[in-house]
Design a protein around this ligand. Structure first.
Ligand code: NOJ
Length: 549
């Protein structure tokens, strides 16, 4: 099979969490004009498209993932006119824009839900999932991903409604054809406006098991990639397929074995997926240390499942739902911070697929040393903290877990400068700022040729200019090495090999026989350019890219 060439395979993506990106109107919250003011920065970084997380009207219980009007811009972010300007200006610079599409649920303030809950006989009742309770409580024992029962009782109509996420995010009823029609026409409306695609939120949750199904050891099984979902996804695909757009589904619960069904070039539902294999999003109580072998297996499973034109990968190490990758998989220690941030860049940017960089990742931003639960905004983290306290965990222990796992770690303001408010705003931001803005910020890094930022630029440039790094095959070397991630990319005669020490200790290895290192030129490295032999020792977080002579 040959790989079809398209713009979304060649471009590098950049995710913007608008609340925390750039504030221009001085309210401490980022805005659309802030994004407009940084388009040149993104262009210079080598970005081809931007994914903006929700900017629609919303009561912000879950920072915009609870939408009360799909066709309005939240006032705090700006106006529809400003959005149109942003779109035009990005296009003029040769960058595309994709929006977040949240169609598993709405806000409980959406007019559909207000109608729906007004009476059991209301015309909109079946837009959501309502059921009678049992004598002793909710209709079944399903639990919400954000904690507690997945059901909320409605006094007015004496029934419960289902919410996979917060109780203010009631799930839409995809079994109702009217719901789908409304959603699909809203999708068309945005596409007619000229946007270039969607990141599709929580899409593996749209189908629910029969309500009699009890919870299993996987508490979310009854609403995660449930058989029958394909019918809904096929209809959604047919809406997307009419246009040349990028679609990337957020697909918790979808395995590499199903990748072809979801992503096959002809019949697949999306262009690519954010898979959860290498990142455990909701796994809150386990220590996150990187098991390098397991990590390589997960990456390789997806690379191989979609190889040879079968489909395409979305590549990511960070987003607004997970802690910063340097803190989880690299090291915050000052001796290792910079090398590990660069090593992690090479861990995902040169694989086969479309890379998504999350704002601040390109300067090596780290987790936030949250002082107390009062610093936390995210609804799920607050619930989780209170559950721990309720279960008898001490506040200091609970805060240790929160510091390691909270989604807000990646939501602190973008660090543009070392100034009081990090050049993000003229006012105290809506969420705490990381004090390490003194060292980690765009301005200082742009003037330092060895910075993480400049390394990202070099890697992106290398990828943007090489067919082999975009379309070439992927091959894993040394699969059982517990510290090194070594992979090759090849297209015809153009060949690369990437070697990364993903540990904070020295690692030695015999390079594979078909990588005779004297036949290769070093094109990028994150530490000193010392010589390399067939048997070699790599420093902690050392990372190198070689190209065949
Ligand atoms: C996934 C989004 O990325 C996350 O931020 C949100 O809380 C849930 N879906 C619910 O929409």
């Amino acid at each position: 099979m040959t790989i079809k060439r398209t713009w979304w395979k060649e471009a590098v993506g950049y995710q913007i969490y608008p609340r925390s990106f750039m504030d221009t109107d001085g309210d401490g919250i980022g805005d659309l004009n802030g994004i407009r003011s940084k388009l040149d920065y993104l262009k210079d970084l080598g970005i081809g498209f931007i994914w903006i997380t929700p900017i629609y009207e919303s009561p912000n219980i879950d920072n915009g993932y609870d939408i009360s009007d799909y066709q309005k811009i939240l006032r705090t972010f700006g106006t529809m006119e400003e959005f149109d300007l942003l779109l035009d200006e990005a296009h003029a610079l040769g960058m595309k824009i994709i929006m977040d599409l949240v169609i598993n649920h709405t806000s409980n303030q959406h007019p559909w839900f207000l109608e729906s809950r007004s009476s059991v006989k209301d015309d909109y009742r079946d837009y959501y999932i309502w059921a009678d309770g049992k004598v002793d409580g909710p209709p079944n024992d399903w639990v919400s991903i954000f904690g507690g029962s997945a059901w909320e009782y409605d006094e007015g109509t004496k029934q419960y409604y289902l919410h996979v996420f917060a109780k203010e995010q009631p799930d839409l009823n995809w079994e109702n054809p009217r719901v789908k029609r409304e959603l699909f026409s809203m999708i068309d409306w945005w596409l007619d406006k000229g946007i270039d695609g969607f990141r599709v939120d929580a899409i593996s949750h749209i189908k629910k098991a029969p309500l009699e199904t009890p919870s299993t050891s996987d508490p979310f099984e009854s609403f995660k990639n449930v058989p029958g979902i394909e019918t809904h996804l096929e209809e959604l695909r047919d809406v997307f397929k009419k246009r040349d757009i990028l679609t990337v589904g957020e697909a918790n619960g979808v395995s590499a074995d199903e990748a072809y069904q979801w992503l096959g070039e002809h019949e697949g539902y999306f262009n690519m997926l954010f898979e959860f294999d290498h990142i455990s999003l909701w796994n809150k109580d386990e220590q996150e240390t990187l098991d390098v072998i397991h990590f390589k297996q997960a990456i390789t499973r997806w690379q191989e499942a979609l190889a040879d034109g079968k489909g395409w990968n979305a590549l990511y190490m960070e987003n607004h739902d997970i802690p910063r990758s340097v803190s989880s998989f690299g090291s915050e220690e000052s001796v290792f911070w910079q090398a590990s941030a660069k090593a992690l860049a090479l861990t995902f940017l040169l694989l086969q697929g479309t890379p998504f960089i999350y704002q601040g990742q390109e300067i090596g931003m780290t987790n936030m040393p949250f002082a107390s639960i009062d610093d936390i905004d995210a609804v799920d983290t607050k619930n989780f903290y209170h559950e721990m306290i309720h279960a008898g965990v001490s506040p200091s222990k609970a805060m240790n877990v929160i510091r390691r796992t909270a989604r807000d770690n990646s939501r602190t303001p973008m660090q543009w400068t070392a100034e009081e408010y990090a050049g993000f705003s003229k006012r105290k931001p809506w969420i705490v700022l990381n004090p390490n803005k003194q060292v980690i910020n765009v301005l200082d890094e742009s003037m330092d040729s060895h910075s993480v930022l400049n390394f990202y630029k070099e890697v992106i440039k290398l990828r943007n200019q090489s067919e082999a790094l975009i379309y070439g095959t992927y091959k894993l070397y040394l699969p059982d090495h517990p510290q090194l991630f070594v992979y090759g990319r090849r297209l015809g005669e153009e060949r690369f090999v990437v070697i990364i020490n993903l540990s904070n200790e020295f690692a030695s290895a015999d390079l594979p026989e078909n990588v005779q290192i004297e036949e290769w030129n070093l094109v990028l490295c994150n530490l000193n350019d010392h010589s390399i032999h067939q048997h070699t020792v790599f420093a902690p977080y050392e990372a190198r890219v070689y190209k065949h002579k």
